[in-house]
Design a protein around this ligand. Sequence first.
Ligand code: FE2
Length: 239
Amino acid sequence: MSTRTDARAQLDLPGQAAMAHGPHDLGGMYVMHYAFRRDLGRFASAVRRTPLEDTAAWRSLAARWERFGTTLHHHHTIEDTTIWPLLLAHVDAAVDAAGRATLEAMEAEHELIDPLLDSCATGFTAMAFAPDAAARDRLAERVTAARDRLGEHLAHEETEALPLAQRHLTTAEWAAAERAAQSGHGLREMPFLLPWAAHGLSDEQVSAAFGEGGRAFGVLLRLTRGRFERAERAAFRYA
Ligand SMILES: [Fe+2]
């Protein structure tokens, strides 16, 4: 096992529980976590505040939840199939029992979150097509639970699992994990994903997070932002 002391600057975004220092730039991971936290906070508020009779807003929210759910599911799938198994092999080779327990917890926490997300999706669909106060209250409870459970999981990942990635993964392994994370998204999703990732961040944070993507990212963001922001206003108009 190699020991690395070269640390690079890491992003520190609102809500983030910790920065894991080390050789890998975790900016992509931190931006995704920020966006998941931000979205769940806004969904929790929107569900409580959106009037039952505003069908258009509920339909926008249901469609937006589907995109959120797909993006989070992809994020967890890449971690469970690519990052955690690779890291587990390193941790076991180092006979690190606490590291193994952390990685097992990551998968177990994903499994607890998935059914909550599914039940939120069912609730949003119900509100889009047959809104009523009882269904809204049930959905509010589920979205709040999803927000809290995911928040705890992300904090656990940031404080315990990502430091393991910094300690054990080689540059080539981390680069391969990042490629896997990006490859599952089709080009068709980019007009949503780019402005989604950047939403709520300052220009400085955006360039720190996507600096290596450079100019192309900035151009794509300018092209896609307006449409995304309009759709956001439609979905979260009461949030
Ligand atoms: Fe993550």
